[in-house]
Design a protein around this ligand. Structure first.
Ligand SMILES: [Fe+2]
Ligand SMILES: [Fe+2]
Length: 300
């Protein structure tokens, strides 16, 4: 099969609603250890009450005709925390008014998916896009969340053009905590190039970029990356991470708006290597002003 031209959008804006998955990392790691480690089932971990937060972003595109489209990427974890986030950023009103086209769940991890009732409170019939590979327990979670709308499963066989200028790719891989499959978004912005938008990027950021090179026609450079890149989520560093950053640097990405599981140390190393990191404001309980955090917006 030949390469796909996914079309263009005129502009893309991404607001990080929250990139803080949990409040206390040591606590979270202990919860996982006590359940048997990273191969444990996320449904069987006894998560410490009050430690959960969540990951979510509001994406808005404008097409050539001036039409706006909004996507809610991921639903976070703690329902009360996410409700507060949605109200702070007026996402509650956008959902109620039907301004958000669909919810795009990148993967079934707790910190991206379990906050769904906070979304459905304002729009129970919203369309939800999930990657194939969801566990039976996650499907039950979806059913018992009060969702009344359509669920669309996107498979790994080929990229899916969601609308002109926006495509989704499913990576059919096993992930930590007995989960499976992750999907990421690609936007082609007129006059800028390709921008990838990802939840945790468990498949690896280089794979995400290579995928676009193989599958998509008509772009000459990667302009930006937004989201969690899972390079050093627990702030550990070694030669493998260094090598990965050097390879990433060779793509000459003009704006790296990475956060969440990318790791603060990773971003510091990116800055040392002269990579183009987009800094944040550090507000609303963000982990660091080193990167785009809670309530920060980046416009491509
Ligand atoms: Fe995550
Ligand atoms: Fe994840």
């Amino acid at each position: 099969m030949g390469k796909i031209d996914i079309g263009r959008v005129r502009s893309l804006s991404i607001k990080c609603l929250s990139e803080v998955a949990w409040h206390d990392t040591a606590r979270m790691r202990q919860d996982v250890r006590e359940a048997g480690g990273l191969q444990a089932d996320q449904f069987e971990v006894k998560w410490t009450p009050g430690n959960a937060a969540g990951v979510s972003a509001l994406i808005e595109t404008i097409d050539g005709g001036g039409r706006s489209r909004k996507i809610l990427m991921d639903a976070g974890w703690d329902v009360e925390y996410m409700d507060g986030v949605f109200r702070r950023e007026k996402v509650d009103r956008m959902l109620s008014a039907g301004e958000i086209g669909f919810v795009y769940i990148t993967h079934e991890h707790v910190d991206h998916f379990w906050g769904l009732p906070a979304v459905l409170k304002y729009r129970p019939d919203i369309k939800i896009l999930i990657p194939t590979g969801f566990s039976q327990k996650s499907r039950q979670t979806l059913q018992s969340s009060g969702h009344q709308g359509k669920v669309v499963e996107l498979g790994p066989e080929a990229p899916h053009v969601l609308f002109p200028g926006c495509a989704s790719a499913t990576f059919d891989i096993p992930i930590l905590l007995k989960t499976h499959g992750e999907q990421s978004l690609y936007f082609h912005v007129e006059g800028r190039g390709m921008i990838t938008v990802t939840g945790c990027c468990h498949a690896g950021v280089l794979g995400l970029l290579e995928y676009a090179e193989q599958e998509f026609e008509g772009f000459t450079e990667f302009h930006g990356v937004y989201g969690g890149l899972h390079i050093s989520p627990f702030e550990e560093w070694g030669p493998a991470q260094d090598e990965l950053l050097d390879k990433l640097k060779s793509y000459r990405i003009q704006r790296l708006a990475c956060n969440h599981c990318t790791g603060v140390l990773t971003v510091q190393k990116m800055l040392e290597k002269g990579m183009h990191v987009v800094r944040g404001s550090g507000k609303n309980g963000s982990v660091s002003e080193f990167y785009v955090g809670n309530g920060d917006t980046i416009v491509f």
